[in-house]
Design a binder for this molecule. Structure first.
Ligand code: NAD
Length: 485
């Protein structure tokens, strides 16, 4: 018999109150490690979104809107401290819900705390400018909150994604309506409880779980929402942007990627290898910034593949609570998608260089897949072009620097890139030449880095979250020109 959850998971949080969805409908939440029903969550819909937007507007017009920047920051920092006292509990929830190994869930919880600390500390440090203007005028700028902001987050990193978007939005004085993913929303609900315990005014953060096409679509279409932050698939991102256009509201889209790691012959391989492996398998490869394409200079191709393969053969997959290298995939659907790519690799005759193993005692109902290294993949092949969102890493050979850049930039995506070289000039040339939002030289963040602005170009989306940049995205600049003679 599974342990009961520390709170009822089937409620929405609106205006500081936990209650059933307006329809009373619920959705099952599955444990990806064994496929069992873990809990029921609310099936929020347009009526709940309507109430949540009204509550957020009420908070802006009331207690939340009256706080000054330092007071908002203090509340966020209190939430960050509270998260730090519950790292193990949050990691446990994420293990049950997302199938994430405990150590990875702990890292996510600490990152959530860091976002809350960072944005709490930044809340009263966002300043405007005075502008030299015509004689007799004083011209200045300041930043104002958009108002009610909508946050649609996926299932892969709920804590980190909520931290970076809701944290920044609250710091700037917006009031939030959060729609977590139907596949995983327990840590979102836990954060709602933490916010209440820390005294966040009612309505500043409202949480409405539900289906994307119901609660999510209602949020994107709501005329009372003045900014939308979306993380997820390209297809849904386009829908979100189209809906936002109807209300002419700004959108931040954090979509997928097929991020390359470029390994030159002069690279320090001992330093690179742990990153090359981890960036492909972290969270079972379900990471938008996964380093899922490893591009290797031909002179060292065989050596790199051999060393990667050696490590891949040692990788172990199993239930999240067993805390192995990888847990299961999030769902049967995701398992089907990744399995089809592995079938395609075999049908195309691509060399499977190595695979990890699924633990013998992994429950048969879990959504497990072996981490797989596919070597010598042509750059135009679907496995080298499409986001698989599973632990499948392809290795591609390149000739010279120009070839490497052409292959690296040769997908519709542009989120992150890694460069491994001891040549400083080359590192700088590549940092400029790579079409993406973040470049890591001789390291790879896999989406980490609370302080580092993050976001993509092309099919990876637009707008930036994380770092100070997010605070600009979650506010509108107002210019004031005063004629005083
Ligand atoms: P998705 O884009 O469908 O879902 C992400 C979020 O959007 C969820 O909260 C969902 O409920 C919501 N949503 C879905 N349809 C919506 C709609 N019409 N209007 C508003 N909100 C809506 O992603 P998914 O179905 O969970 O995964 C599909 C693929 O997306 C994956 O295979 C993966 O490639 C990609 N993905 C990327 C990321 C990322 O971080 N970039 C995260 C999750 C999934």
């Amino acid at each position: 018999m599974a342990e009961p959850l520390p709170f009822p998971a089937h409620e929405v949080l609106i205006d500081g109150r936990w209650r059933d969805s307006a329809s009373g409908e619920r959705l099952p939440l599955l444990n990806p490690s064994d496929g069992s029903v873990l809990a029921e969550i609310a099936r929020g819909d347009a009526a709940d979104i309507d109430a949540a937007v009204a509550a957020a507007q009420g908070a802006l017009d009331g207690d939340w809107g009256r706080l000054n920047a330092a007071e908002r920051g203090r509340l966020l920092m209190a939430m960050g401290r509270a998260v730090l006292t519950q790292v193990d509990q949050l990691a446990h929830l994420e293990a049950l819900d997302v199938g994430k190994p405990l150590k990875q869930g702990r890292a996510d919880a600490v990152a959530l705390a860091r976002y809350l600390e960072f944005y709490g500390g930044a809340a009263d440090k966002v300043m405007g400018e005075t502008i030299p203007y015509l004689n007799g005028y004083t011209a200045l700028t300041w930043r104002e909150p958009h108002g009610v902001t909508g946050h649609i987050v996926p299932w892969n990193y709920p804590m980190q994604i909520i931290g970076r978007s809701v944290g920044a939005a609250l710091a700037m004085g917006n009031a939030c309506v959060l729609k977590p993913a139907e596949e995983a929303c327990l840590t979102a609900l836990a954060l709602g409880r933490i916010a209440q315990q820390c005294g966040l005014p009612a309505g500043a953060l409202n949480i409405v779980p539900g289906l994307g096409e119901e609660a999510g679509a209602a949020l994107t279409a709501h005329a009372g929402v003045k900014h939308l932050s979306f993380t997820g698939s390209v297809a849904t991102g386009r829908r979100v942007q189209a809906a936002a256009a109807q209300n002419t509201v700004p959108v931040t889209l954090e979509l997928g990627g097929k991020s390359p790691q470029l390994v030159f012959a002069d690279a320090d391989l001992d330093a690179a290898l742990p990153y090359l492996v981890n960036a492909g398998i972290q969270n079972a490869g379900q990471t938008c910034s996964a380093g899922s394409r490893i591009l290797v200079e031909r002179a060292r191709f065989d050596e790199v593949v051999e060393r990667l393969a050696h490590r891949y053969r040692t990788l172990r997959v199993g239930p999240a609570l067993a805390d192995l290298d990888l847990g299961p995939l999030i769902s049967k659907r995701q398992h089907g998608i990744v399995s089809r790519y592995l079938d395609l690799a075999r049908e195309s005759g691509l060399p499977i260089a190595a695979q990890g193993a699924i633990a013998a005692d992994a429950p048969p109902g879990g959504f497990y897949v072996q981490p797989t290294l596919v070597a010598g993949v042509p750059a135009a092949h679907a496995l080298a072009q499409e986001e698989i969102f599973g632990p499948v890493t392809v290795v591609i050979a390149f000739g010279d620097e120009a070839d490497a850049v052409r292959i690296a930039n040769g997908t519709p995506y542009g989120l992150v890139a890694g460069v491994w070289t001891r040549d400083g000039s080359r590192a700088l040339r590549l940092a400029r030449a790579l079409k993406c939002g973040q470049v890591f030289v001789n390291n790879y963040g896999a989406g980490g880095g609370v302080e580092l602005p993050f976001g993509g170009v092309g099919a990876s989306g637009h707008g930036r979250e994380k770092g100070f940049e997010a605070l600009y995205g979650f506010s509108a600049l107002k210019t004031v020109a005063i004629l005083h003679g």
